[in-house]
Design a protein around this ligand. Structure first.
Ligand code: SF4
Length: 124
């Protein structure tokens, strides 16, 4: 990411304390520059659960990678990453709980897994 993306320059930006210098103009998240790659902001047990602890402040490079079908289309980068970790690719059904995601009710070819549980209605 460009160094100006951090909260030292941009209010609400990437926490600078979680970054390190990559070159004269760019930074990277701590933990992503050497093997094994593990971003310092990642809170995860791969294959079980995962979350970005700075999701609203994540770098532009992370914002550019959509989760497959979150916005109505597959993401080859998401699919490759999941497959590399032995996880199935996401399908439209994985987003059925989201009210703001247009879902296709038809099951995916070869996907005979039950749909995820519906989110409880929100009280008005
Ligand atoms: S999305 Fe969050 S946890 Fe993942 S690499 Fe980016 S900053 Fe790190």
């Amino acid at each position: 990411m460009h160094w100006m993306e951090t909260d030292e320059c941009t209010p609400g930006g990437v926490p600078a304390a979680l970054t390190e210098r990559l070159d004269a103009r760019r930074l990277c998240m701590r933990g992503t520059r050497s093997l094994p790659v593990r971003c310092v902001a990642l809170d995860a047990e791969i294959g079980v659960r995962s979350r970005c602890t700075i999701h609203p402040q994540r770098p532009s490079a992370c914002r550019e990678v959509d989760a497959s079908w979150e916005h109505g289309a597959p993401s080859s980068q998401c699919d490759r990453a999941r497959l590399a970790h032995g996880l199935p690719v996401l399908t439209p059904r994985d987003w059925a709980w989201r009210d703001d995601v247009a879902n296709d009710d038809r099951p995916d070819e070869g996907d005979d897994s039950p749909p995820p549980p519906s989110r409880p209605p929100v009280a008005a």
